[in-house]
Write a protein that binds this ligand. Structure first.
Ligand code: FES
Length: 207
């Protein structure tokens, strides 16, 4: 590169520099302090609080319903029993239950501590004075009533109980537990069975 070329090159640089200054093409450095880097921060806060409130108000009742499932139903009569509930959670009313469960029906209700209990219809179309807990005493499967065999037969490991819930074949170690059944205001009430177990004449093992 000769001297002339260098001179031309320097002139060109000078021209470009002047051109960019006159048309404000050089990057500007902002020296003002940044006060609020997020645009519309107020609006965003309002939208966030609306979103959170709507989540709480919609999920709260669902969460309550879910947790209450694990909490045993309390006796509304103030005693140590409770009103049995049918499959859809309604109180079991004696007359309508018997209308739908003629002798020799055995059907499940929700009873003490949320456990399933069998209500047994008697030949005079009333209910037995006891209800049988359907939870197997081996490992806790729900034991179905086998109409053909006239026994409760556990599908999990083969334990068997007679028509009153007394164990007749293992591996279940104990008979099915009992609840006392009372009728109050035409509603079916289940209470803890505290007397001797009439099947074994022993103290109830479940107390
Ligand atoms: S749970 Fe019923 S026999 Fe094992």
């Amino acid at each position: 590169m000769n001297i002339m070329n260098i001179k031309r090159f320097c002139m060109l640089l000078l021209f470009i520099n002047k051109f960019s200054v006159s048309f404000n093409l050089k990057p500007q450095i902002n020296t003002k302090p940044i006060i609020n880097p997020i645009p519309d921060i107020k609006k965003r806060q309002i939208m966030n609080s609306i979103l959170l409130n709507s989540i709480y108000s919609s999920c709260g009742p669902l969460l309550y319903g879910y947790l209450s499932f694990f909490y045993p139903i309390k006796d509304k009569n103030g005693g140590d029993g409770l009103i049995a509930k049918d499959r859809v959670g309604n109180d079991v009313v004696l007359n309508s239950w018997i209308d739908e469960h003629k002798y020799p029906s055995r059907d499940l209700v929700q009873g003490l501590k949320g456990d399933p209990y069998y209500l047994i219809t008697t030949s005079d179309n009333s209910l037995e004075k006891f209800a049988i807990n359907a939870i197997c005493t081996h490992l806790g499967c729900v034991v179905p009533w086998n109409v053909a065999e006239q026994k409760y037969m556990c599908p999990c490991h083969g334990s068997q109980y007679n028509s009153q819930g007394k164990v007749i074949r293992g591996p279940a170690p104990k008979s099915l537990s009992l609840a006392e059944l009372e009728i109050n205001d035409n509603k079916v009430i289940l209470k803890e069975w505290k007397k001797n177990d009439f099947r074994t004449n022993e103290e109830p093992w479940w107390l």
